[in-house]
Ligand binder design. Structure first.
Ligand code: DX5
Ligand code: ZN
Length: 284
C-alpha cells in the first residue's frame, strides 16, 4: 500500500452511459462504487444486479462503498459477484470482525468506513491486528457528491495514519468526499494514500482526457505524498509509550515509560529531510 491511488466515483458520472464512463477511467486504480439504501443515507443508488453487470464491463477493479444498513447481511454478496474491495460502515456493522473475515474468504479486500464524527480510536486494535485491508475516513457526510471537504476530519486522518504506521500489515488509508486538487494536498500531508474523487473527475471537461490523474499526482507530491510512500516502503515504525513523545531510532530507546507515544523508526538516520518532516508532522 505504498503508492498514490485515485478511485473516481461513478456517482458523478452520466448514469445513462455508465459503461462508457467506466471505460473513460481506464487509467484509474479502481472505480469507486457508492451503494446507498435510502436508510443509512438519504439517497438511493444501485444494488447487486447492476453492480455485477457494471463490473463485467469495467476495465478497472471495483472499490465498493456500502452506505447501507444491515451491512452484515448484504456486504458479502458484493464480494461474491466479483468486486475486488468491499467497504462497510463501522456504524452499520454489528460484527465487523466476522464480516471482514467473510469478505476476505469470499475473495475481496475488506474495508471499513467511518462517518466524519465517528472516532477512529475504538477500531485501532482491529486495524493493527490485520483484520482490515482499508480504512475509509469520510471527509463529507455520506450521501451525495459535490459537497465541500470537512477540514475537521484532518486530525482523525492524522491519528489513523500514525496508528497504521505501527501496523504489521499494510492498510490503505482512503479519504472520500470533497477531494480536489487543493484538498488532496491537505489529506496527503496527514497520511492519506487513496483518494476517491467524483465531481473532480467526472465534472471535468472529459473524464477520458485523464488530465485529472497528472493534476492529482502533482498535488499529491506537494502534500509530501511521495515522502510518505518512501517511508512506508523503506522503514518499519513502531510506537511505544514514553514521557517525551518524539521520533527516534530503536537504539535510542532506553526505558519506554508513559505517554505520549514515541515513534520508533528503523533506519531513522537514513531518512531525507522531506521524509523526516513528513514523519514529524505525524507527531503534532
Ligand atoms: C458520498 C460518496 C462519495 C462521492 C464523492 O457519500 O461516498 O464517494 O461520490 O463525491 P465528490 O468527490 O464529488 O465529493
Ligand atoms: Zn463513497
Amino acid at each position: 500500500m505504498t503508492h498514490l491511488r485515485i478511485h473516481p466515483s461513478i456517482l458523478s458520472a452520466d448514469f445513462a452511459r455508465l459503461g462508457e464512463e467506466l471505460a473513460a477511467i481506464s487509467t484509474a486504480d479502481a472505480a469507486h462504487i457508492d451503494v446507498m439504501d435510502n436508510h443509512f443515507v438519504p439517497n438511493l443508488t444501485w444494488g447487486p444486479p447492476v453492480v455485477q453487470r457494471l463490473r463485467e464491463v469495467s476495465p478497472v477493479p471495483f472499490d465498493v462503498h456500502l452506505m447501507i444498513e444491515d451491512a452484515d447481511r448484504w456486504a458479502p454478496r458484493y464480494a461474491e459477484i466479483g468486486c475486488e474491495s468491499v467497504t462497510f460502515h463501522a456504524e452499520a456493522a454489528i460484527a465487523p470482525i466476522k464480516l471482514a473475515r467473510q469478505l476476505r474468504s469470499n475473495g475481496a479486500q475488506a474495508g471499513m468506513a467511518l462517518r466524519p464524527a465517528t472516532p477512529v480510536e475504538p477500531y485501532l486494535d482491529l486495524l493493527a491486528g490485520g483484520e482490515l485491508d482499508l480504512l475509509l475516513v469520510m471527509t463529507v457526510e455520506p450521501g451525495f457528491g459535490g459537497q465541500a471537504f470537512l477540514e475537521v476530519t484532518l486530525p482523525k486522518i492524522r491519528r489513523a495514519a500514525q496508528a497504521l504506521l505501527g501496523s504489521q500489515v499494510p492498510v490503505a488509508l482512503q479519504v472520500d468526499g470533497g477531494i480536489t486538487e487543493e484538498t488532496i494536498v491537505r489529506a496527503a500531508e496527514v497520511g492519506a494514500d487513496t483518494f476517491v474523487a467524483g465531481s473532480a473527475v467526472y465534472g471535468a471537461a472529459s473524464a477520458a482526457d485523464a488530465g485529472w490523474r497528472d493534476r492529482f499526482a502533482d498535488a499529491w507530491e506537494r502534500g509530501s505524498g511521495r515522502a510518505w510512500q518512501e517511508i512506508r516502503s523503506l522503514i518499519r515504525v513502531s510506537r511505544v509509550d514514553h514521557p517525551e513523545g518524539m521520533l527516534v531510532s530503536p537504539e535510542q530507546v532506553s526505558a519506554p515509560r508513559q505517554t505520549p507515544a514515541l515513534l520508533v523508526v528503523d533506519g531513522v538516520d537514513d531518512l531525507s529531510a522531506e521524509q523526516l518532516s513528513a514523519l514529524r508532522g505525524l507527531e503534532a
